[in-house]
Design a protein around this ligand. Structure first.
Ligand code: BMP
Length: 457
């Protein structure tokens, strides 16, 4: 772990307030030019253009990632020159996707670090002993960073590499890397990685040209989005970067801020609580009072909106589930300019005896909103009620997934659960902010893990 790299990254990010890492992969093949003299001139031209691009993007982008195409094309001397010309504005990550024996990795890493790169990316698949270890040791000695790659963004990554994600992540973590490259096209991997390694840096490629939405990886828990072609090949790169930053800031889901506000307003508590199911729990989440706390209510409902936009989910109406899901869903629907309806907690004994209040037209797609999911029982009841009335349900959404089988039970009904955070993440944030003590933290995490395991048996 390099404290210097982490400090550099955090200083630059604070100054720029940008979560973008620019991937510099210009379309450039000097070897198509036969004259060596002309080739050298072209290298100089490209290098000058890159320096001017970096000065144009100063303040809009936090880091720059340079991979093998540009290193091959320009040669390391030009790369060194580019880095030194923009040293104060960015952190520089080399992306050789290193995957050799330790000795060779070490030879490459020494050159990469010597010319000024702050960190490099390497495949976790080579393993620690005689693989990653030499690079991590060298990085520590030279105060540089190592980012482990355990999954990739392209579709073929799911054929083999991404199936082994958890094993590879364990290897990279045990090797002592500073962070991980986690694809934006597989957002669940980002969320689980952030949960397992909250203080590691997560950088995510795959947004923009490869299909994931700008801001989607950040919403899933990444620290940075790696963006290449969408910015570098835009006709006005700085303008494009500004547009992306605006889009990302509109979609910002500030989990730590929400967690703190929930605790301060006593919407999440640790202690001994009896749940609706009769089971005891060492923590309690109750969002019924959130409308009484204006700032928190606004923060939460905007987070639902931001996440829905980040995920690009399309629907016709929002249905809230009584009780807490009604005010939350109503405000989310209002903010998104969608019609709202709600599912009652009990059947009325008079009038229409309907569980559903509001309007659904047959075939419309309905997003169901609630505050938290435990086993998913009330959400499933809502799904069934809406389906009986001719509505289509593909998604349900909550602020907190208590990780007690809700997502799995809903999936059995063909419905996906979108959760802004898991209870593990919520408790981690509260512990990190000093709002719960170590003993309570450990007790709650143990309870969550045990109830997860109970679901699996
Ligand atoms: P673009 O935004 O133009 O698709 O660029 C993505 C960048 O991220 C490229 O430099 C690529 O090498 C890198 N990358 C990726 O796309 N997927 C991965 O899984 C890992 C990467 O490093």
């Amino acid at each position: 772990m390099s404290k210097t790299f982490a400090k550099l990254v955090s200083e630059i990010t604070k100054r720029t307030d940008s979560r973008i890492i620019l991937a510099l992969d210009p379309i450039f093949n000097p070897y198509s030019i036969k004259s060596i003299e002309e080739r050298m001139k072209e290298r100089l031209n490209v290098s000058t253009r890159i320096k001017s691009l970096l000065s144009e993007l100063d303040g809009l982008v936090a880091g720059v990632k340079i991979g093998l195409p540009l290193i091959f094309g320009l040669g390391m001397d030009h790369i060194e020159d580019i880095i030194s010309s923009a040293r104060k504005s960015y952190f520089f990550v080399c992306d050789p996707k290193m995957a050799d024996i330790g000795h060779i990795n070490g030879l490459e890493a020494a050159q990469i670090f010597d010319i000024g790169f702050d960190a490099l990316i390497m495949h976790a698949a080579v393993g620690i002993k005689g693989g990653i270890d030499e690079v991590v040791d060298l990085a520590e000695e030279m105060e540089k960073g190592v980012l482990g790659l355990c999954a990739m963004s392209h579709p073929g990554a799911s054929e083999h590499l991404n199936k082994h994600y958890n094993e590879l992540l364990e290897i990279a973590a045990a090797a002592g890397v500073d962070g991980y490259v986690v694809p934006a096209t597989y957002p669940n991997l980002i969320t689980s990685t952030k949960e397992a390694h909250p203080s590691s840096i997560i950088i995510s490629p795959g947004v923009g040209t490869q299909g994931a939405g700008f801001g989607s990886a950040l919403a899933a828990g990444a620290d940075y989005e790696i963006i290449g072609r969408s910015i570098a090949q835009a006709s006005a790169p700085a303008q494009k970067a500004k547009e992306i930053l605006k889009q990302v800031s509109d979609m910002k889901v500030d989990i730590p801020k929400i967690a703190v506000s929930l605790a301060k307003n006593r919407c999440v508590m640790v202690g001994e609580f009896k749940l609706t199911s009769g089971l005891m729990s060492p923590y309690y989440i109750d969002l019924r009072a959130t409308p009484s706390h204006q700032e928190l209510f606004d923060l939460i409902t905007s987070a639902y909106v931001a996440e829905l936009k980040a995920l690009g989910i399309q629907f016709d109406r929002i249905a809230g589930v009584a009780t807490a899901g009604v005010p939350i869903g109503a405000l989310v629907a209002f903010k998104m300019r969608k019609p709202f309806l709600y599912i009652r907690g009990d059947t009325r004994t008079h009038g229409t005896k309907s569980l559903l209040e509001g309007v659904i037209n047959s075939g419309e797609s309905i997003l169901i909103v609630d505050d938290a999911a435990t086993t998913g029982g009330s959400l499933i009841k809502a799904v069934e009620t809406i389906r009986e009335r001719g509505g289509k349900v593909d998604y349900t959404m909550v602020l907190v997934d208590r990780e007690q089988g809700g997502a799995q039970n809903l999936l059995k009904k063909g419905v996906k659960l979108i959760a802004l955070m898991t209870s593990t993440r919520l408790i981690q944030e509260l512990h990190a902010k000093g709002l719960i003590d170590k003993a309570s933290y450990e007790k709650v995490i143990k309870y969550i893990e045990e109830s997860k395991n109970a679901q699996q048996t």
